[in-house]
Design a protein around this ligand. Structure first.
Ligand SMILES: [Zn+2]
Length: 408
């Protein structure tokens, strides 16, 4: 008998026994970058497991004779997210053209950062039900459908629709918004057209890594969700979130959860935000993106019981909006690198190299809206802009010193 074949058979048997013991369990080790442990499982991981077949083969004194030795492969995806797209009337009036509305120029100064990401997320806080429903401002927003075209043009792939303003103008505004994003070929999450629509997990595959997107809001400003139409909006409910995140994790390598939560205008997350973010992380989320406070709240790693490090940013502030006050004009683009390492049956997910680009909502007399990097803001817009940039950097990285602030 061919000795190679004999050895292969033996390894095959070992592999089958090992698989039976571990049940094909995948490792998900999300770790902060630039640590010595980057390439190995976290020290807090559960009890040691039998080494996978690949590891046993590595110990073979003549590995070259082993035809089944798995190679390590790695895949990378750049993921970006921004905060609230909140279309007040002065923003849509500024976008008006003889033919309709054009919001594209507003995102031009930051477009290159969004396009640079393989996957970019935005929070569509106000629905874009279109002119047919009548446009409206606070407290019951409805914006032009062309907002969606501009987000697509800027390079966004995924829109979160679970917000306290989702139901402002009723079911039709939600359905119109969804229809626009469907027509644009974008992924929407958090508000759905039907129960069937809601049951379909939102996923995107990029560069060999599969992502799932979930989103939830704390509430609706007191507007009741129509009875029997709970699919219209995902409300934060911890048991439901735990179940849905765990389900999503079975279907995708990386689960990204957006939460519309927290206290408006508060610089720091409250206990509830921390509890909700931790619940999502423990259930399997690798990335948690927060919004609603309209100002920035810091980022941190959440160490989970199974030894992963999930990334959370509690609030990304306003991306485009017309609120008074400098702090509400500062938002930002969070950028993450997600790496998947595959060796045999061992699959590891790591979130790495977090960076943040603070942004500024430029306007002159409630017109000429533009989202631009805070770093390049003119003093006429924001006196002491340089000091503001440094303050924002210190604020955002207070729990994550390695959070990078790229110079350009
Ligand atoms: Zn909100």
């Amino acid at each position: 008998m061919n000795p190679y074949r004999k050895r292969s058979s033996l390894l095959f048997v070992i592999a089958i026994v090992w698989l039976a013991i571990t049940g094909c369990k995948q490792h998900q080790a999300v770790q902060p970058p630039q640590t010595a442990e980057d390439s190995r499982p976290p020290s807090a991981s559960p009890a040691p497991e039998p080494p996978p077949p690949g590891k046993q083969q590595d110990a073979d004194p003549s590995p070259s004779s082993n035809p089944a030795a798995p190679e390590e492969k790695s895949f990378k995806v750049k993921l970006s997210a921004v905060g609230d797209v909140l279309i007040h009337s002065s923003v849509y009036k500024d976008a008006q053209t003889p033919e309709g509305y054009d919001f594209k120029p507003m995102f031009e100064p930051v477009k290159r950062y969004i396009e640079d990401a393989d996957i970019a997320l935005a929070n569509q806080e106000s629905m874009i039900g279109g002119e047919e429903l009548g446009l409206s401002d606070y407290p019951r927003f409805n914006g032009p459908a062309e907002v969606g075209d501009a987000l697509k043009d800027a390079g966004f792939d995924v829109v979160n629709l679970a917000n306290n303003h989702t139901l402002d103008r009723g079911e039709q505004a939600v359905l119109n918004t969804i229809r626009r994003y469907k027509d644009l070929g974008m992924v929407y999450t958090g508000a759905y057209m039907s129960d069937d629509d809601r049951r379909q997990l939102r996923t995107l595959d990029k560069n060999g890594i599969s992502f799932a997107f979930l989103s939830y809001t704390y509430g609706t400003n007191g507007i009741p969700v129509p009875e029997g139409k709970e699919y219209l909006l995902n409300i934060i409910d911890l048991p439901k979130i735990r179940k849905e995140v765990a389900e999503a994790r079975k279907q995708a390598d990386v689960v990204v959860v957006s939460f519309h939560f927290g206290q408006e205008y508060a610089d720091m997350p409250n206990d509830e935000q921390k509890e909700v973010a931790r619940a999502a992380a423990e259930a399997g989320a690798a990335v948690v993106i927060g919004h609603h406070p309209h100002v920035l709240q810091p980022a941190e790693w959440i160490g989970t019981a199974d030894g992963r490090q999930a990334f959370v940013v509690y609030s990304l502030g306003n991306f485009i909006a017309a609120q008074e006050g400098d702090r509400k004009r500062i938002g930002g683009i969070i950028q993450l690198e997600v790496e998947k390492t595959v060796k045999g049956d061992d699959i590891r997910i790591q979130v790495k190299r977090p960076s943040f680009i603070p942004t500024w909502i430029h306007r002159v007399n409630w017109r000429k809206y533009k989202v631009e990097p805070l770093r390049t803001v003119e003093e006429s817009q924001l006196p002491h802009a340089g000091a503001a940039w440094r303050e924002i950097a210190d604020h955002m990285k207070q729990w994550m010193p390695e959070l990078d602030f790229p110079a350009s």
